[in-house]
Design a protein around this ligand. Sequence first.
Ligand code: CP
Ligand code: NVA
Length: 314
Amino acid sequence: MKHFLQETDFAASELAPLFSLAREYKQQRGSHEQPLRGQTWALVFSKSSTRTRVSFEVGIHELGGNPLFLNRNDIQIGRGESVEDTAKVLSRFVHGLIVRTFDHAEVERLAAAGNIPVINALTDYLHPCQIYTDAFTMAERWTRSGDMARALRGRKIAFLGDTSCNVANSWILGANLFGMKISLAGPKEFAPTAALNATLAKEGFANRYQFTTDPFEAVRDADVVYTDVWVSMGKEEEARERIRVMTPYAVTGKLFAAAKPDALFMHCLPAHPGEEVTQDVLDSPRSIIFDQAENRLHLQKALMATLNVARTRT
Ligand code: CP
Ligand code: NVA
């Protein structure tokens, strides 16, 4: 069974067809094939969401399927039923699972115990749907036709702020898979963790990122300047201290101007203007934050269709 729990669940050679299908779905929205016709895909969410929930629910509907949203606290897993029993029971009813949770091990256990595709819709450790969408969104800017995956190769992304959060971790893994360079700048206590280094080593990507405490060094020659919130979901008690130590890493107009002259600004959203990014950068003509948000729909539709083909073959 093919799952999508982390970036490397697809090989580099599988990216071009995935991006090509996403582009086709985007261009033919409303008139394309409906490969999930007659199916139900469940979303099991333990955290808040705007983009992820809506893009998956709309996406499943547009592929002909039925989305079933389950808040963790409304089902028995919230009262202690095991992850494994939950996976086995849901596998008897639905055709795919989209999971947003805290502990990354939970998505791995659901995938291992069930017999339907599981998609990681964000854990404390990784957010792969976001990163694949971001890569698609960049490639759209850099090539009008042809191999979108190839357009990413050799480009540099700079990630500022909380450089040990799920989006940063996923971007480090993603950059390595896509053949991009990645430079991160944040407080040293938020440097990429030993756990992430172990994942990179396991995937054959050991030490393939640059970390610095100097934000201007990170953005030098960058094609993309990227940031995320400083206080991720579940970290609210650390908010004051995080904001204090991360303030030097805010993406201001001055910092953005130190990247390449045609550099793009990206943010997974939700944004907190005045914290990790200033309003002028969010409003810049080179800010592509809402294309990123929209493309969640197209990319995730391609992802579900691709996993569904793999599911029917196993
Ligand atoms: N970027 C993202 O995943 O947004 P949501 O938390 O709104 O789903
Ligand atoms: N790092 C953020 C991403 C939100 C989409 C969080 O986990 O809250």
